[in-house]
Design a protein around this ligand. Structure first.
Ligand code: NAD
Length: 484
């Protein structure tokens, strides 16, 4: 099952913040991988633009080092490296001043696709957008890519949207949520809307509940100051988990086109019930012999910011009323694992008798690690001993289905950047989607602040606070085990 690489049109891609962590760790190694795969045309041009006083030779060395450090051994030794580095240039610019801009403008070929990646803090988005237009480097066909965080509440997200809208049309704005670029996330749409098998069952009549877990083993050390002003709700739930929830719960769009898909996602967010305080559990991780606790990492001994959140979410529409979605995300948990579990209801009557056990169908959609899906089905346990039932997984792990070509599957950033060049916004968040997500999230956070809510401590390396386990137990359910 060979993957097919379709080269994109020639392009100029400017990466503002081209010397930053994200550019060096993700964007440039990803672009190099696409170059090696033959997806990038010969005359593509990538321009790093940042405050550092570098020249093109210095930038090429920096990016070569970054690819060697973050791209893995195979990539570092790829003989295409010199050819890729030739595609790179660098201009020192100040987003807030005028230095460097005329030089940058002179490099842009307006007849090609041009895209501008804002890999900088959101405080600079307005300055960059305004100067791109003032220096006539961007026209109605140019694209801008913006990173999370897109605001910290509804008011700031609206302000950012308004700022960008002064210079660019919504069809030119690509708000990245790298979760949407993951292979399994797109496969979720293929499985739901490309098969007859699941869609008739995909509703409150047949599905008992859904769980979405994004668990990390790392803490916030190194970026504790930033994280402490954000917390799991803003950093993960409002964007990544919300996007996964939308894709799992949305109605089938009429077409697989950007606005058809995003219209349906927006309807899901607007149908979410307000969350009751007793349907949310917040937590903060404790220390271990070799790692300090959250508050030490955050350098804030009285921090009330959550490094874990679990919640029960209701969707008030015909498809989902009465079928809850449980969301859970946190740092320093048992394993690094992102997974969606769809738990189907019990068969209405067991012909084998209650003592044979109840075995539910569960669909596990795994985003990381080991992207893939398994469907638990009930069969007879082979061999003698009567009619004993057992659940076995039907495994749709990509590594097995795709074989050796799994290595060629682009990672999320690579795919999304190529989508920007192709002009396909399907996997990017629209402005009204982001605002609707904040409108749902804001009252939850405001409630915590008003009540002076203090997160519950939890052991590092655990499944989170025991209250999160109790929350599901009250509903007669249990979380799926967090495992790598
Ligand atoms: P960083 O601090 O490592 O890099 C910031 C970059 O912006 C540098 O290249 C710097 O030179 C440039 N810059 C700063 N001020 C400038 C100015 N006035 N004019 C021109 N350039 C200027 O930050 P980062 O970690 O690369 O993150 C960039 C953005 O991406 C942030 O908004 C961050 O929240 C977001 N983000 C980062 C990650 C990540 O993994 N690092 C993940 C998701 C989102």
């Amino acid at each position: 099952m060979a993957s097919r690489v379709i080269p994109v049109d020639a392009f100029d891609l400017v990466i503002f913040g081209g010397t930053g962590d994200l550019a060096r760790r993700k964007i440039l190694p990803g672009l190099f991988r696409r170059f090696c795969a033959g997806q990038m045309p010969e005359d593509a041009q990538i321009i790093g633009a940042a405050r550092s006083d570098l020249d093109t030779a210095g930038y090429r060395t920096m990016i070569k080092d970054a690819i060697e450090e973050f791209g893995g051994a195979d990539l570092a030794q790829n003989p295409s490296m010199p050819g890729f580095l030739e595609r790179l240039s660098y201009v020192a610019v100040d987003a807030r001043g005028d230095s460097g801009w005329p030089e940058l403008a002179s490099l842009i070929r307006m007849e090609k696709v041009n895209a501008f990646y804002f890999s900088v803090g959101p405080g600079l988005f307005g300055d960059l957008a305004e100067r791109l237009k003032r220096y006539k480097m961007a026209d109605d066909s140019s694209r801008i890519v913006v990173e999370k965080p897109f605001g910290r509440d509804l008011a700031t997200a609206k302000a950012l949207n308004n700022t960008l809208a002064q210079h660019f049309d919504e069809t030119q704005i690509y708000r990245i949520d790298h979760y949407l670029g993951k292979e399994t996330v797109q496969n979720l749409m293929a499985v739901r809307f490309g098969n007859m098998l699941f869609e008739p069952l995909w509703n409150n009549q047949y599905i008992d509940h859904i769980q979405i877990t994004v668990a990390e083993t790392v803490g916030v050390g190194g970026r504790g100051g930033y994280y402490d002003k954000s917390g799991a709700m803003r950093d993960m739930v409002q964007n990544h988990l919300m996007q996964l929830l939308c894709l799992i719960a949305m109605e089938p769009p009429a077409k697989f086109d950007p606005d058809a898909v995003r219209d349906e996602k927006l309807k899901v967010i607007r149908a979410l019930d307000p969350v009751e305080p007793h349907h949310v559990v917040r937590g903060q991780y404790g220390d271990t012999p070799d790692q300090p606790d959250y508050r030490t990492h955050a350098e804030n001994p009285s921090s009330k910011t959550e490094s874990f959140v679990a919640m029960k979410v209701g969707i008030s529409n015909w498809r989902w009323a009465g079928t809850p979605v449980y969301l859970r995300t946190g740092k320093r948990l048992r394993a690094r694992s992102s997974e969606i579990t769809v738990v189907f209801k019990d068969a209405p009557h067991s012909i084998f008798g209650a003592e044979k056990g109840t075995h539910r169908n569960e669909l596990h959609i795994r985003l990381q690690p080991n992207e893939g899906m398994t469907l638990d089905v009930t069969i007879k346990e082979p061999g003698p001993g009567g009619m004993r039932l057992v659940n076995v997984p039907l495994d749709m792990t990509f590594a097995e289905a795709i074989g050796p070509d799994v290595e060629d599957v682009p990672d999320a950033y690579e795919r999304l950047i190529m989508d920007v060049i192709r002009g396909n916004q399907t996997l990017f968040m629209r402005g009204d989607e982001v605002e609707a997500a904040w409108a749902w999230t804001d009252p939850i956070i405001e409630g915590w602040e008003a009540r002076g809510d203090v997160p519950k401590p939890y052991d590092s390396g655990s499944d989170g606070p025991t209250d999160a386990i109790a929350m599901l137990a009250r509903d007669g359910r249990s979380w799926r085990e967090i495992s790598a």
